[in-house]
Design a protein around this ligand. Sequence first.
Ligand SMILES: [Zn+2]
Length: 288
Amino acid sequence: MVRFATLMIGLLLGLAMPVDAADPLAKQLFGSKSAPSRQNPAAFGGYSKGCLAGGVKLPETGATWQAMRLSRNRNWGHPEAIDFIKDLSRAAARQPGWNGIYVGDISQPRGGPMLSGHRSHQIGLDVDVWMLPAQRLNLTRAARENLSSISMRRAKGAFVNQNWTRAHHEIIKAAASDRRVARIFVFPGAKVQMCKDERGNRAWLRKVRPWWGHHYHFHVRLACPRGMRHCADQNPPPRGDGCAEAQQWVNNILNPPPPDPNAPKPRKRREYVLADLPRQCAGVLQSP
Ligand SMILES: [Zn+2]
């Protein structure tokens, strides 16, 4: 009888308390760090499940860029991402109507999951670049909180709108042509437009991937830097320019196929605790 009672209590406790109920969520741990770890720069894990050692700050203002939404403190990245942003901003500044770029989120100082917003951007290799042409580069902190980017899309992303220009094409092309870049996410109508407008080499289009959202900014994902052993690359995009696939996506926006009755129910993802991340992430958190 005693054994039975113990068993029942154990079962009840087991049911009521998931094993990790006492553990803080990884997003709380990483979201509370305001400075990078004093370690050599390294990306640990994958874009949506990892962390960043030795993060480098994108200076809030440069000759050809400004970091936006400074209150979020997400202008931290792997040094290769910071270099890339500076290079891209100089290319953008050569486009008519652009004096550089406005940079949205990169990562938190130590990367990792965030309290709000993205699922990716965890290892200092994802960068959001605003579609709004950067004209003024002397915006105040307050202006950088309040200014909004502009949408480029029409018809739920099937087409670009009148805000889209050849300069957008050239800037995304410059990003995609950079060998450090693995892929770029942008709404499907923009990809199809670039597919139509490109008259030269089309190889760069392979890296431009249609995705939901991404009409106020495009998202650049860098490949794992050379020799970075614990950084997990994504599989490369399929061969070819991907234009037919993007067109199919647009067709589905315009004429949505009937819902698939056999489609699996979307499952809610469990929030990560520290133990879910690569083991090096504990060291990243503990480092001074
Ligand atoms: Zn993004």
